[in-house]
Design a protein around this ligand. Sequence first.
Ligand SMILES: [Ca+2]
Ligand SMILES: [Ca+2]
Ligand SMILES: [Ca+2]
Ligand SMILES: [Ca+2]
Length: 504
Amino acid sequence: MFRRAAGVVLVLMGCGSRTGLRDEHRDAPVDVVDASEPIDAPNAPDAPDAPDAPDAPDAFDAPDVPDVFDAPDVPDVPDVPDVPDVRDAPDVPDVCMPVADRCGRSEVCGNGLDDDCNGRSDDGCRCVPGEVQPCFEGPPGRRDVGACRDGTQRCLAVGQWTACEGGISPQPDVCNGQDNTCTGCLTDLGCPILCPGPGDPRVPDGRPFAEYPLRGGLFFGGRAVAWRWTVRGGPCDQLVTMGSFALTSPDQRDAVFRPSLSGDYTVTLSVTLPDGSALSCTFVVHIAGPGLRVELCWDRSNDVDVDLYLHRPGSTAAWWSSVGASQPTQDACSWANCEAVIRGELPDGRPMPRADWGYGRSALSECQDGPHGPTWRMLGFCGNPRLDIDNNLSKARGTPENINIDRPRDGETFRVMAHNFTGTLTHPLVNIYCDGRLYGTYGAAPDLVRGFAATGGFARGAMWRAVDVTTRVNAAGETRCELREVHPPGATSGYDVTIDNVRF
Ligand SMILES: [Ca+2]
Ligand SMILES: [Ca+2]
Ligand SMILES: [Ca+2]
Ligand SMILES: [Ca+2]
């Protein structure tokens, strides 16, 4: 503990007054967005002019309006591949044929669909606790049609799926440029607000730590008296005080969203018109970091220090050489050997070598906008593996913690462990993202990790071995993951939490 505290002080002295993630956000240059980011891709539309343009209602017809506004004007666009029961006469070509709902008599398991159209996807199906799957809680035929978009559902410890959360399911239609009913028939002509659906170039994928401009003028070109942006994030955002993102100028036409984690973020824009009426858009922004991203958060991230460890594949060495050891072994990536500044020490007092598992270093673009960006820029590379955020209550608090491997190899297995450094009882939560998709979440309510506290001060204390992650990387470099939750030795369920036991 003392050694580590001293290390923290050194870091602070050596690297200036970086007192927390929030300060990092404030200090970041406003124009960080550069041409390499997807937001500014060449085909991204420009924001229409200021909202007080004299011919505001006609703004969408202006010649410089991006093409995307014209897309919804085509009434016959929806491609209806298989409509088994065509009720309308075939001699009415101008009437849009809604997609078939494809409701069945029974639920089909494992597809994330509500096959029997009872309002719940994969209800009654068995699943592996902790796993997460994409899901859609509308009629199966409307999945990915119009505004509809998948959410995710996670498997509870009882082996059943939660409700589908975070997606967009069919809604009564409102005039907003979207096919809200998700039937493939868009009737939204001349609407005052034009909301984006999946795949819309106005809402490209983003990357962790990169600023994501939210430009209200892309969606509403009329006169407004008030703007309001809200963002809802992933599983950790229900737990940590600072959340997985920062949102600046949320009451302006143009706001900036800055995510620190992979995953799907639900963004809502609300616009108040001069007559007091309101319009709104809700859409999903996908933030995709490459490779494997392990994220840890806990419910007392302001006053309890928990540390994330990722074990080197091909080794089952203990996490520490002994219960009384002051430094972890080098077979894991952690605060000791994976941050921009190395804080771990060898027995002779020299700094621990940086974790190197043979992947090569990553380009600066992977980490330079993160909380340790200035130090990584001085080094000229991003570590790989790398600990991007260490919530250690001095440099950062109220944040999640995460470890990334930007380019993992195929077929390697990594064990994820959380260590309660402070010792005070808290409930940790681990999320596993691969190529930006959430594959698993462990420790979320109601399946809290129990007994994650240690008496007796700063011995090795409470450790939770959460999950073994096996990476599947194809020839194109795409990463999928297979997860196996870790249970106590000999058990087939339950969390593997130990006190003062440093075994793998
Ligand atoms: Ca199903
Ligand atoms: Ca169902
Ligand atoms: Ca609509
Ligand atoms: Ca920590």
